[in-house]
Design a protein around this ligand. Structure first.
Ligand code: FDA
Length: 308
């Protein structure tokens, strides 16, 4: 219930204004966000990669209906890629893109604009030796995102995509993408979805996640297991053994600031672990989804407000 209310609030302008104005919220936000600017992103990348992790960087922002804003986001990624290359950090880094931040929802030629912006980023990333993965947003964007993915992969075959186990369609999407060269990040799904398209019960989402894992780990692509759930991690490890996948044939991914001890444990066991690092000042939507996933985080926020 609280999770659903928080997801609804993540799209409310009124709540946004109240939450983002509070200086105390900003303190809590720092647990999940690397910092406000690209220098913070580069510093965090340096720290994490020197500790043996790979990273994927998300320049925060989503749902833009403004062409200039979409182009500014593209340029922010281009700057990031250039800085990472200059610092010698590109080979352990990836860019995570939200196509809605690239203009996907603009009326008229939004999809073409998002594809063009993503293309420019993929070209710069390839040049620098970095990979790119498309985040997946709410269910209304999935067909468009997979269409743009197919276009991007013609020139940049390593571009990956996130698929959300909560959606009924995802097992079929996993089958389509479990092919040579494809990179799929499997997540449970962070958006409020109607039960016409998504499993409403968490236990069903977990079962779907395990089935999708079976398809991806048994397939020919490169699975990216993005979950903090110890059960899903154990299932992935068992499937890797069953299908003869070595440590370099798949990777685990977790979000910056969430279960850092589990991140360290997997890494120290020899697994590839990539940390999803969000940065930038447009953190509201991302932050609210992290609160919605774990209502205990709301308690953490409230305690900070009271003890200020
Ligand atoms: P689950 O929610 O069951 O959590 C398992 C355990 O992890 C919890 O018991 C708790 O210990 C810990 N945990 C999980 N979330 C937490 C939080 N917010 N705060 C503190 N502890 C927490 N979604 C999407 O729709 N599109 C996308 O593109 C992406 N991309 C993405 C990339 C990466 C690298 C990750 C790890 C996740 C995403 N997600 C995403 C988010 C994903 O859909 C999902 O909402 C979260 O990962 C939480 O699901 P878990 O699999 O961790 O399981």
């Amino acid at each position: 219930m609280l999770g659903t209310a928080l997801l609804a609030a993540s799209r409310s302008r009124r709540v946004r204004a109240a939450v983002t104005k509070s200086p105390v919220t900003r303190k809590v936000v720092r647990r999940f966000i690397a910092g406000d600017d690209v220098n913070a992103a580069v510093d965090t990348t340096r720290r994490l990669t020197s500790g043996g992790f790979a990273v994927t960087l998300d320049h925060l922002g989503e749902d833009t209906l403004d062409r200039a804003q979409a182009e500014a986001t593209r340029d922010a990624y281009l700057t990031l890629i250039e800085l990472l290359a200059d610092e010698g950090l590109a080979s352990r880094s990836e860019a995570s893109l939200k196509l809605s931040a690239m203009g996907q929802a603009l009326p008229g030629d939004g999809e073409a604009l998002a594809a063009e912006n993503a293309h420019a980023i993929c070209a710069a990333a390839s040049e620098a030796g970095m990979t790119v993965t498309l985040d997946m947003e709410d269910h209304t964007t999935v067909d468009s995102t997979l269409g743009i993915l197919a276009e991007l992969r013609k020139d940049h075959p390593s571009v990956g995509v996130a698929l959300q186990a909560m959606l009924y369609r995802t097992e079929a999407d996993c089958r389509d993408l479990a092919t040579t060269g494809s990179r799929v990040r499997l997540v449970k799904g962070a958006y409020a979805e109607p039960k016409s398209v998504a499993h409403p019960a968490k236990s069903d989402v977990d079962r779907a996640y395990a089935r999708c894992l079976g398809i991806l780990m048994g397939g020919l692509g490169y699975p990216m297991i993005a979950s903090h759930d110890p059960r899903m991690i154990s299932i992935a490890q068992a499937l890797a053994t069953q299908h003869g996948k070595g440590q370099d044939d798949f990777e685990f991914q977790m979000l910056y600031g969430i279960r850092p001890s589990a991140q360290e444990q997997l890494r120290s066991q020899g697994s590839r672990v990539r940390i999803y690092v969000p940065y930038g000042d447009d953190w509201y939507g991302y932050f609210m989804r992290r609160l919605a996933e774990r209502p205990a985080n709301v308690g953490f926020l409230l305690r900070s407000l009271v003890t200020k």
